[in-house]
Design a protein around this ligand. Structure first.
Ligand code: PMT
Length: 397
């Protein structure tokens, strides 16, 4: 599977005869599972019609920087943030110089300045222009800034000259882009992740729950999406927005989380249970608000189904649980690994305030049948990437 799967790519087209090949690049990127939006400069529109690019990409073509209608929809900052990759192909000598000087006089150059995405350019120009000291210096400056240069090829040029400066063929450009993402490790895999707490109703206005914020499970979902996986996130009630590009199911109770998990895991490859599921629920939920009665009240509780153990028993997934413990963390985690019949468990010390429940950071140990790997304290976002990397490498998934 391609490392471009699930990636969002802005294809920037500048003025040059090679612009006609950009239409083919859209198709090749889509073949790899990427979503493409096209941004054209005014000069590019002289060579290929925006309508062609719109029809091929399936999205409106963006070209105006100062267009109030466009800015009200997806403006230049939103586009810059949306992208995982900005590919400028063809990149004319003029546009490359524009990038070197950090100009923001067109929509494409403003996106170039604003984007946190990887930037790649496929130059296309006359061989003498490519060989000019100014172009050589410009390309070297872009490389120093981390811009990836793809090509150009050598050969007969549109003007009849022979030499380097032809834009690479669409297939070669797309092939070269694949190596820009180290992730893609989970491309083609379906991951199901549970996150957040469950709420077990006592009456219409009260419930039993816990302090899970969902941050750990959501970070895993983000990291898996980044790695190219097809992600289903099943979440109890939390205050954070679900990541884009995943199947999201909101649930409240453990029973609802179980149903959603079994359905999503039926055709999944990997199941990760980061949710803090209530072990017990009320034996019966009062129809009306429970009235204050005397000094003490007893509530009868009964055991909830074990979601991660059910998935391990009923599906072919590689199943990973978390073990939230306040003492004897590793030995309780090993016990859960065996009892729930999991492939691995992530032991989480939740006795500390700086990691675990509702913290920004976490510190855990990955435990499987034959090894333990400690992940020292780091952000949940970084930890999620490191856990997935370890899971894929160590278990050859
Ligand atoms: O959400 P955050 O604020 O970011 O906090 C993250 C976290 C601390 C909640 C998370 O890292 C974590 O440790 N999650 C597991 C919490 C938990 O309920 O652990 P447990 O030891 O009680 O359960 C063991 C495993 O069984 C877990 O994978 C749990 O999802 C699963 N389980 C538990 C009970 C149950 N009825 N069904 C289950 O599937």
């Amino acid at each position: 599977m391609s490392s471009l799967s699930n990636k969002r790519i802005i294809l920037g087209v500048t003025g040059g005869i090679a612009a006609y090949k950009s239409a083919e690049i859209i198709r090749r990127l889509q073949d790899q599972g990427a979503e493409v939006r096209v941004v054209m400069t005014a000069a590019a529109e002289e060579f290929i019609r925006p309508l062609t690019m719109q029809a091929l990409s399936g999205n409106p073509v963006h070209s105006q920087l100062l267009d109030s209608e466009a800015e009200a929809g997806m403006g230049h900052i939103e586009l810059a943030r949306w992208a995982d990759l900005l590919l400028i192909a063809p990149a004319s000598a003029d546009f490359i110089a524009n990038m070197v000087h950090g100009r923001a006089d067109s929509l494409l150059s403003a996106i170039h300045l604003a984007t946190p995405a990887i930037v790649a350019v496929a130059p296309a120009m006359n061989q003498a222009m490519w060989a000019h000291a100014a172009s050589v210096a410009n390309i070297s400056m872009l490389q120093e800034r981390g811009v990836r240069i793809i090509g150009p090829d050598e050969g007969i040029q549109a003007c009849g000259d022979v030499g380097p400066g032809r834009m690479q063929q669409p297939d070669a450009i797309v092939h070269n882009l694949g190596s820009l993402f180290q992730t893609g490790r989970l491309a083609g895999k379906k991951l199901v992740i549970t996150a957040g707490p469950t709420r077990e109703a006592l009456d219409p206005v009260r419930y039993i729950s816990n302090h899970s914020s969902g941050k750990m499970g959501y970070a895993l979902a983000e990291a898996a999406i980044e790695a190219g996986a097809n992600v289903s996130l099943i979440s109890g009630p939390v205050a954070i927005a679900p990541p884009e590009r995943c199947q999201f199911t909101a649930v409240e109770s453990a029973q609802q989380m179980l149903n959603a998990s079994l359905e999503a895991a039926a055709d999944a490859d990997i199941f990760i249970a980061a949710a803090a599921v209530a072990d017990y629920r009320a034996s019966s939920v009062a129809e009306q608000k429970i009235k204050k009665q005397g000094e003490q009240i007893s509530i009868s509780l009964e055991k909830n189904p074990d979601i991660v153990a059910s998935v391990a028993q009923q599906t072919d997934c590689f199943v990973v649980g978390f073990a939230a413990e306040t003492q004897d963390v590793e030995s309780y985690a090993r016990d859960k690994l065996a009892r729930k019949n999991l492939h691995a468990i992530i032991a989480n010390d939740v006795s500390r305030g700086d990691v675990g429940f509702n913290a920004e950071d976490n510190e855990v140990s990955w435990i499987d049948a034959d090894s333990t790997k400690v992940f020292s304290k780091r952000s949940k976002a970084q930890l999620a990437r490191d856990i997935l990397e370890h899971m894929v490498n160590h278990h050859k998934l």
